[in-house]
Unconditional design. Structure first.
Lengths: 162, 162
DNA sequence: CTTTAAAATGTAATATTATAACATTTCATT
DNA sequence: AATGAAATGTTATAATATTACATTTTAAAG
């Protein structure tokens, strides 16, 4: 890949093709470890989600996927998404019915997803303290916490200028 | 309403018919203040949501609503839900595509919704500190925070026993 | 190797959730 | 009573997601 292409792909100071490669490598590792199969379809779906950092809908993914297989059906995408979510490689953004690749799938993490209302870019930052706080709070209310849906909507640094 | 009926309706130590009445009264007050119309339909929809503390789907509400108007259509429910959500009387639980009545609509609040995976009962507890924490965290990441989706899944006190 | 059972995929249909577009009615204010 | 905005009625359809069952692929056992 040339520098020129690299330049085009750079978003927010990061080298995007490395970012995709990394995600796919992590996926291989995770599947190897858990003895799960990262099939061609699953790999392709993950790759498509990784193409950028925007939250992407299942049917949008389907359209993209049809460049690989023109006859693909919704259930193919949903199956892959389920698989990828189960092992933490993809997160669903519940408030948008959309999906993003997890960039920290290799390490266990408790994060908040920051979603830009303008450009739809989404990224995670650590929120371990928030998890602990909320789990403690809920236990005080006699609630047994299991998992958290945590999505912060706002404007990313690029879109604030506009 | 007799004591017997009261007893049946009591859930988690609280007197449920008072809880509905309160919600409807608050609704009246909020609408009066904001010069908005709490029409018959909107009031009925709110009442139905208040019937219990479970997260309720739009089409489930539609079924209930048809006891008032057998010809009601989905859009009627969605319009009322939109109205009620806009003024903070109803919250959407994004991770369930379901809705609950807000029991603290009169005061401004920043809360987390605790959702029982077993019985679907949902209730809010204050999480002001969490909001402040997350907003600060996100600003450090150069993100301009606007609103938070915050839903904690687990088991309520009743369902932990089972 | 071949058999076999589980996992993955193919295929069709359909369920669930939500909105768009435009006509009509209701309501508060003139 | 006239008027314009808000609410509702009505029809259709968009967008999201799952079920059910047939077929193929795969890993592992015999």
């Amino acid at each position: 890949m040339t520098d020129k292409i690299d330049n085009k792909l750079v978003q927010g100071k990061h080298n995007h093709h490395r970012c995709i490669d990394h995600a796919l490598q992590v996926a291989e590792q995770v599947c190897l470890k858990k003895k799960l199969r990262l099939t061609k379809i699953r790999r392709q779906v993950l790759q498509l989600i990784c193409e950028n950092h925007k939250a992407v809908g299942a049917y949008e993914l389907l359209d993209l996927f049809r460049e690989f297989d023109p006859n693909a059906k919704p259930v193919t995408i949903y199956r892959s998404l389920d698989f990828l979510m189960d092992i933490g490689l993809v997160h669903k953004i519940e408030s948008q019915n959309a999906f993003i690749a997890c960039l920290q799938a290799e390490k266990q993490h408790k994060s908040v997803i920051l979603i830009c209302g303008q450009c739809k870019n989404a990224f995670e930052i650590d929120a371990t303290a928030v998890y602990e706080n909320l789990f403690a709070l809920s236990k005080q209310a006699q609630f047994e916490p299991q998992y958290l849906t945590l999505e912060l909507h706002g404007l990313c640094v690029n879109c604030q200028k506009v």
